[in-house]
Design a protein around this ligand. Structure first.
Ligand SMILES: *Cc1c(COP(=O)(O)O)cnc(C)c1O
Length: 446
């Protein structure tokens, strides 16, 4: 047995006690959200009817660099954190690269992805503020499952609107949500006015995140003691996800290395920001030169082919106007298997950082993503989520460049989730049924 260390663990006492708020360190702060009707700048209070108040304050906080993690949240983080930092010796060998590859394994959370890192604090703040019910939308079900579990932890009722086509095609995540006591409704449904209107116009509507968001927001605003929650895109969600990067920073120290490149897949930006921002602060404050690469699907390339402008966060246009890289809020992404990456826009912090060239983005085709996922599975024994496969593909591309140049770069990527409930996607890959999609601008792309 060699003395090479494979996995780096932090003791419970080293789990972060504060989240990192990069807004405090940004030279160019994100532009403010606007009221779509009046174009007035929104304040935290304007969002109180929809979200827990503390989450609204976190959303707008551009001054406090560190935000305390409540003790009750830290107690629940201990159920699965710290997550291991793993040196990917198997992948390095399979690629024949001199690069040192590390990954942070967020797939070990009880729900199989990083989403629980934000579901727990969101449910906690709702409970603190006397809320009884929480509601949300979910596509493939990663976020809905995490919220269902977190709601149960704090004694809240959860109502989840799941995109109808996913409700039918992904029965196991629905079962998981129901196991934790959530009420799951296929969207569009007859239970809300928004749903009724959509179904009256289009009786066979298969649903989208846009329809599900509209229904969940309507439920939250028309039900006493009910708040809406969101699993990505918003700045407070990314704030909670910084536990990933803060742990990774300590674990890289244990490994005696510092990353030259940090990579994560990109849906709305929460796992990318959560992994990157704690390292990016050393670029901003100390002039370190780490590169940060967001890996998005080629069929939904808001970072590489979108425009930076104000746009709505949802299809129906219920949300505030947000300054972001977007493909247009009416853009309907192709039906790729990485459901968590099918979103038209990027969070406001990441958008500003990309505009200022502090981070980079690459787009990855669906088949390339699964090729990478299978190489990784065979080398490291973990079947990655289709979303995470995009980060792995970008990592392999960088590691192959090192092979050409002989450079021993240190590459760190986030394994955002496992793919054990997505095996039908792998079946389709092995059957040769997967296709690549090229990006076609949406009707509302301008
Ligand atoms: C939701 C999800 C993503 C994408 O969301 P981000 O907010 O961009 O991190 C990526 N990977 C997995 C496993 C997910 O569940």
């Amino acid at each position: 047995m060699s003395n090479k260390i494979k996995r780096f663990f932090l003791p419970e006492s080293e789990i972060p006690t504060q989240w990192y708020n990069i807004q405090a360190d940004m030279v160019n702060k994100p532009l403010p959200p606007l009221n779509p009707a009046t174009k007035e700048v929104l304040k935290p209070e304007d969002l109180f009817p929809i979200f827990a108040e503390e989450l609204c304050r976190q959303e707008f906080d551009q001054t406090h660099r560190w935000i305390d993690i409540p003790e009750e949240v830290r107690d629940m983080y201990k159920y699965y954190r710290s997550t291991p930092l793993v040196r990917a010796y198997g992948l390095e060998k399979a690629l024949g690269t001199p690069a040192h590859i590390y990954f942070k394994n967020e797939s070990v959370s009880p729900m199989g992805s990083h989403k629980l890192n934000s579901a727990i604090p969101q449910a906690y703040y709702c409970k603190q503020e006397g809320v009884k019910n929480v509601t949300t939308e979910t596509g493939a079900g990663q976020w809905g499952a995490s919220l269902a579990y977190a709601a149960k932890l704090f004694g809240l009722e959860a109502a989840v609107y799941q995109v109808k086509i996913s409700y039918e095609q992904k029965p196991y995540r629905r079962s998981i949500m129901q196991t934790f006591g959530a009420q799951v409704t296929a969207s569009p449904s007859m239970s809300t006015r928004a749903g009724k209107d959509i179904l009256t116009a289009t009786p066979s509507h298969q649903g989208s995140l846009g329809t599900a968001i509209s229904e969940a927001i309507e439920l939250a605003t028309t039900t006493p003691n009910c708040k809406y929650t969101l699993g990505s895109v918003l700045s407070h969600v990314t704030l909670h996800q910084t536990v990933i990067g803060l742990e990774a920073e300590k674990q890289m120290k244990m490994a005696g290395e510092y990353p030259d490149i940090v990579i994560a897949c990109f849906g709305g930006g929460s796992n990318f920001g959560g992994m990157s921002f704690p390292f990016l602060r050393h670029n901003i404050l100390e002039g370190k030169k780490t590169r940060f690469i967001a890996a998005e699907p080629a069929s939904c390339p808001k970072l590489t082919k979108g425009e930076f402008r104000y746009d709505f966060g949802d299809e129906a246009g219920y949300t505030p106007l947000l300054p972001m890289f977007t493909l247009g809020h009416k853009f309907t992404p192709a039906n790729i298997h990485a459901g968590g990456l099918r979103y038209h826009g990027a969070g406001v912090i990441v958008s500003q950082l990309l505009k200022d060239k502090l981070i980079e983005a690459v787009d990855i085709q669906q088949i390339e993503a699964f090729n990478a996922g299978v190489i990784f599975a065979r080398a490291e024994g973990i079947i990655p989520a289709p979303e995470s496969c995009h980060a792995i593909a970008a990592t392999i591309n960088e590691a192959n460049k090192c092979k050409e140049t002989g450079e021993e770069k240190v590459i760190l990527f986030n394994l955002s989730g496992h793919g054990l409930i997505d095996m039908s996607a792998y079946d389709n890959y092995f059957a040769g049924n997967l296709v690549n999609y090229s990006y076609e601008p949406g009707e509302n792309a301008k």
